[in-house]
Write a protein of this length. Sequence first.
Length: 252
Amino acid sequence: MKTLTLSIALLLLPAVQGTVLAQDKVGPVRVALFDDNGSFGKGVPSVSEQLGKDGAFVVTKLKGPQIGDGTLKHESFDVVIFTGGSGHKQADAIGPAGLAQVKAFVEQGGGYVGICAGAYLACDGFSWGVKILDAKTVSPKWRRGEGQVKIQATDKGREILGFPSDQLDIRYANGPIYKAAGSPGIPDFEPLAFFRTELAEHDSPKGAMVNAPAMVAGTFGKGRVICSSPHPEQTAGMEGFIVRAVKWTAGR
């Protein structure tokens, strides 16, 4: 009887161990932070500072050619971040090879966090985009202005990002106003927060921003994506956004 019990236990052990190892991720989250032409302003310094205060992350800044030459790989990184600036210039900096590398990285299970320009870069709706988010913009007139607007989190946004149910002030600087692109190869995104007020300067369409998605989550292949049109990393009281977004996209 003891021999039979031991034999059954030995047969079951590899399967149980394999399940545990597949689900558990240990060690710090390894973050690749794009820091090159197209990422300017306070985005990179703010993200570096906020993640640097938490021992759960190791941040490595990458230049465009490094992403294009294959440095962004799963053996080295869990999540890639693109901050504010110019999405088109970021795409130019990493080049066609870099766009393909980022797309493959996410498809194979990597995380992607995009803020403002980085949120544009993720879209399927631009010829120069990474095409990992089923989104495009409501208008080509993207210069809506810079200033404070109000957003309100959805249930999913409160769960993932820890936001309260109240409307919140946040810095906005010409970020994308998303709508679904209808791409059959990319799952639909889910809003994490909606704009409740807007800026509509430079003859941009009025009313398009109110109640449009401000922050979204999606999946592409085995990977997770979070994009934010406004700037939580540059808004007092929202410093926890980047920590939670990175952890969620990393599957932690």
